[in-house]
Design a protein around this ligand. Structure first.
Ligand code: S3P
Length: 741
């Protein structure tokens, strides 16, 4: 028997909502007695017969005298009947008894409470379980109804603490997640998400039912009709009450919808494909995202709360031919430049990871019609350099530093205000490296204290070109300044202290926008335009790295990674692994859409420790976590210097890797600008990825050479860059199991 959180429960109204709570509390044994109150004798008999309640009575007065502190009355009647019930409760129930309700509208319930009591008594706690169904009546009672569903409670300053705690505990014990919200907010949110859909469903079915052909319509109305109109079978009285009780909020939502529907009608009438595709692609993306969020596969602000743990069994080898997903850097840029181009840009091989999707969503939010992604294919209806529109709110780019930094440059040149926000990890990453040069160009740009996100940009600045000497080797900073340069008066020049990835320059050229490159300086002038093109995104060498290292460290391995981008500004991992003795061959080398690609074959060969040449650092900047694992498996010492940039990536990759390696029994020592790793046996243990995708994947690969299980915590963010990692790793031969808490 569970600890009782409610002494006695009295359910007033034993329908789907009341009956289900009664049945659930009985089932978990969290209540001494459940009493039902129903208007009709038959309902009382049925409720007892079905075991939903212990006993049932016809009026609250019959049991009121028995009720004391610790007891709860749950009012589960149609919204407009709540006041009459409260009037009766007020007359006969003691102030110690907790009273709550399940009505869909909270404003009218609070008015009913105030009308009955002349005030808001501490014993009343407004509540609303978001768990109805189209079924109704006591027979529909289902003890599982609230499991994993949300219940919104709407406490006010008058609500008593004890009463509030009791109601929260009551819902939690039946498996619900309890959220708290102000009354007004609840009614607005529910008007849009629940009440409006019911109006539309009822209206659609009624419209079709009146059609003279209705027999036929209903006979042939299959999937779509059935899915869309399920809720039109809901209890009519309940929904009648809800519409009246939440009239103002429902009307606001309905007006907005009518306006949009009217616009859609005009678009159909005028065959305006752009508008139709715009609405449909945005809606599909939103709905798909929502579905993924519900199944916890998509990035959302709550993603970090998801505990995804990888457990890697020791040993094994990797083999086969693998195609890893599209290049992240190129995918971001394809959306950005495709959006700014004139005409339709078609992209293939687009990375459907959360980071690139964040960029895609940002441009949708700025009015760009983007079809897909559908198996890596995206069609971007470019709006031209001046065609972006003000987004409806802050642009949330999740974990993606590339989105935030490149977009900062681009947004600095727009006529509208904008704000860029990110997740917990991104919110700790430095943005002054882009804000400072942009300010020099005349941008109005604000960050939070310490140069951290969010980044707020004021529109309408007149940018002027600068000649920028970058203090650090960063392609993100270079790209940001060049993108701002598209809108700046004069010639914008950026000089880098060491070569960094040049995808922006290459892709601008591919879109027909002239970019000059002379030594370490890239420059462009404003006033040009981009013409739509076709982009084939090669497989990401940064993702391929995990399998390259896997094959390099695990005896018996032989893996071929196909169609990988080997841009010379990105190929440091190949050079470094080769210096360590890895057996790597490139074949099928060709150029695709301005980027060199090849198939990369890696066979196991013993590795030795090296001092990593500093000129390779920017060329392998994202590959170091995996290279540290290679170093741990090499004979002798590996020393990395000149890599302080690693400390400001998705995590402090020097410290986090050093900590994890030490946990696994490897001798590793973090230094201010690098690391020293002594090769040797890898044990097992639990390591923390700190929500950094590349750390999570690197320790997964380490399992191949471990002597014991490696447990990697916090792996949800692998979806940001490598959504198919788990399947590919398992397919290749890594003994990886995934669990979710
Ligand atoms: C990227 C540049 C690199 C890299 C990041 C992607 C890009 O960052 O770490 O994953 O697409 O321009 P920095 O330019 O800050 O080194």
């Amino acid at each position: 028997m569970l600890e009782t959180c409610v002494n006695r429960l009295v359910v007033v109204g034993i329908g789907l909502i009341g009956g289900s709570l009664a049945a659930a509390l009985k089932q978990v044994g969290a209540c001494r007695e459940v009493i039902g109150v129903a208007r009709r004798e038959q309902t009382c008999l049925d409720a007892v017969r079905l075991g939903v309640v212990d006993r049932a009575v016809l009026s609250i007065e019959e049991v009121a005298g028995e009720l004391t502190a610790g007891d709860v009355i749950f009012i589960a009647v149609p919204t407009l009947t709540v006041e009459a019930i409260l009037q009766r409760i007020k007359r006969c129930v003691s102030p110690e008894v907790t009273i709550t309700d399940g009505a869909s509208v909270k404003g009218s319930v609070m008015s009913a409470v105030a009308a009955a009591y002349g005030c808001l008594p501490p014993q009343f706690v407004g509540g609303h379980p978001i768990a109805g169904s189209e079924q109704s009546g006591v027979e529909a009672s289902n003890p599982e109804l609230y499991k994993d569903h949300r219940v919104i409670i709407t406490p006010t300053p008058e609500t008593g603490d004890e009463h509030l705690k009791r109601v929260v505990a009551m819902w939690q014990v039946v498996g619900a997640e309890v959220l708290s919200m102000p009354v007004e907010e609840h009614d607005e949110v529910l008007a849009a998400t629940s009440h409006l859909p019911h109006v539309i469903a009822y209206s659609l079915v009624d419209t079709l039912a009146h059609d003279s052909e209705n027999e036929n319509i209903f006979r042939y109305a299959a999937g779509g009709f059935r899915d869309f109109t399920r809720i039109a079978s809901s209890d009519p009285v309940m929904w009648h009450d809800i519409m009246k009780a939440n009239k103002d909020s429902v009307l606001t939502a309905l007006d907005l919808f009518s306006e949009n529907l009217h616009r859609l009608r005009s678009a159909i009438a005028s065959e305006d494909s752009e508008h139709l595709l715009g609405v449909f692609t945005r809606a599909k993306a939103a709905r798909d995202h929502f579905t993924k969020m519900l199944t916890k596969q998509a990035y959302s602000s709550s993603m970090q709360d998801q505990e995804i743990t990888y457990t890697v069994k020791p040993g094994g080898s990797v083999s086969g031919e693998l195609r890893v997903p599209g290049d992240k850097s190129i995918s971001h840029r394809s959306i950005m430049l495709g959006s700014l181009a004139d005409g339709i840009t078609e992209v293939e091989g687009f990375l459907e990871g959360e980071d690139a999707l964040a960029t895609l969503q940002a441009f949708r939010d700025m009015g760009v019609v983007i079809e897909g992604p559908e198996q890596g294919r995206v069609r971007i209806h470019g709006v031209g350099l001046k065609g972006l529109q003000a987004p409806p709110g802050p642009l949330y780019v999740g974990n993606s530093g590339t989105s935030m930094r490149l977009l900062s440059g681009l947004l600095a040149g727009q006529s509208f205000d904008s704000e860029l926000t990110g997740d917990e990890s991104l919110s700790k990453r430095p943005m002054n490296r882009v804000a400072n040069p942009l300010r020099e160009m005349g941008a109005y740009i604000e960050t939070a204290e310490g140069g951290l996100p969010p980044v707020k940009i004021k529109g309408g600045a007149r940018l002027k070109a600068i000649d920028y000497q970058m203090p650090m080797a960063s392609a993100q900073v270079k790209s940001c300044v060049l993108l701002a340069g598209l809108y700046a008066e004069g010639e914008t020049r950026v000089t880098e202290p060491a070569p960094t990835r040049d995808h922006t320059e290459r892709m601008l050229t591919g879109f027909g926008y002239p970019v000059q490159r002379a030594g370490a300086t890239a420059s462009l002038k404003s006033g040009g335009s981009l013409s739509a093109t076709k982009i084939e995104v090669p497989a990401d060498i940064s993702s391929a790295t995990f399998f390259m290292v896997a094959a390099a460290i695990a005896p018996g391995s032989d893996v071929t990674l196909t169609h990988v981008g080997i841009n010379p500004t990105r190929d440091g991992v190949i050079n470094i692994l080769r210096l360590m003795g890895a057996d790597i061959t490139l074949s099928n080398q060709r150029e695709v859409g301005g980027e060199p690609v090849a198939d990369i074959r890696v066979k196991y060969a013993p590795l030795k420790g090296i001092h990593v040449p500093e000129d390779q650092v920017p060329l392998a900047i994202d590959e170091f976590p995996a290279l540290f694992v290679a170093a741990a498996c090499a004979e002798g010492k590996t020393v990395l210097t000149g890599a302080e940039e690693l400390r400001v990536k998705e995590s402090d990759r020097i410290q986090v890797m050093a900590d994890g390696l030490v946990t696994l029994g490897v001798r590793a020592e973090a230094t201010p600008d690098g690391i020293i790793i002594e090769g040797g046996p890898i044990g097992g243990g639990e390591v923390e990825s700190h929500g950094d995708h590349r750390i999570a994947m690197s320790f997964t690969v380490a399992g191949l050479r471990a002597t014991d299980d490696i447990v990697v915590k916090n792996c949800a963010n692998v979806a940001t860059s490598f959504p198919t990692f788990i399947e590919l790793a398992q397919q290749a031969g890594i003994h990886l199991a995934v669990s979710e808490a």
